[in-house]
Design a binder for this molecule. Sequence first.
Ligand code: FES
Ligand code: FE2
Length: 392
Amino acid sequence: MIPTSSAPTGSKQSTITEIESVATSASDSLNQQIADVTTRIEHPALVGATWVNNIWYYALPSDHVKVGKTVSLHLLGDLILIGRKSNGAIFAMRDICPHQGVPLSFGEFDGEQVSCAFHGWKFDDKGVCTDIPSLCDDQKINVCKIKTRSYPCAELDGNIWIYYGEVRSDLPEIPRAHGLEGLSYGQTVTKALVPTHMDYAVVALIDPAHVPYVHKSWWWRNSKSLKEKIKKYVPAGTGWTIVKHSPSKGSLIFKLLGDYMETEIAFRMPSCRTEYITLFGRTIAASITTVTPIDETHSELNHTSYWTIPILNWLLKPLVDFGAKEFLGQDLAIAEKQQVGLKFNPKLSMIVKDSGLPGSWYFQAKREWNAATEEGRPFRNPVKEKTLRWKT
Ligand code: FES
Ligand SMILES: [Fe+2]
């Protein structure tokens, strides 16, 4: 409060009051404007902490696990051993020996069972102990009661997925890239390790507003040509789909062919963005980008690109690898910069209309998934059909 006792006249008092009142109404109006364009995340405790369970997470490309071999991954807060048996079937189990904690991946795999490097205990593909070599013939114990955690796993469209959560007979669907039904295709996977909780990576994945600033490349686009975009979102599955539309003409390739192309982009829980592009109505390219938590502060981003002219693998694979590495590298670089600020625990206006609304839907879907899991009921999609506008 500005002291007014020395004010010789009422007019000065009135001026000061006016200034205060103008300042107050300006700040009210600013707060209102901020409220108008931001959406409160109702459960901030869900932001940057925990991940949903009873769901499938991306693990790695199928061809990274050869027949008779195993691979050890640090994902989902655990060490996970993924192997491929002699008959080609894959399996996944906790990569930690329940005897004295040595990762089983240091041991041997004979195409059927893994044996631990420390005392040679053997485990089958379900993580059940089958042999303790140090036992004498008369020292009978029920070895099959000794287990390491087994993870359901599955292969789909050239990738391996791990189910994280309570194992039931009705596991949910594995998210998959759309638009590839009935087509043969080539594919390549690009991976980036992101030093953030998966939530920040997912929000960035579905946020259009960062594209002109983060994904600047001479062959793609720059931030100078911002144009208004209008996209229709409809609820679908465990997320939403952006109704098929012509790609924006911000980049050279879409300027040349955009009139004959269409794209459909979708998001499904827990962290999967899919896209496919058609030319004259036929899919020419598709992708699925996923985020898998490593732990509470790190995650793995995997981008699988598919193209439907496999005969051109020799040409397209290096080109697609180059483009995907550049894109993911740009996302990684901004995620690293974001961490510099996040370490100070700032209060964030994370969800700004309209471009940020999908981020808000993600947190709503996360909350709903947890509630549905706890209550043992089907997921009710919280997304409502909406047309969003933004400038990018
Ligand atoms: S630690 Fe694995 S057998 Fe002993
Ligand atoms: Fe990005």
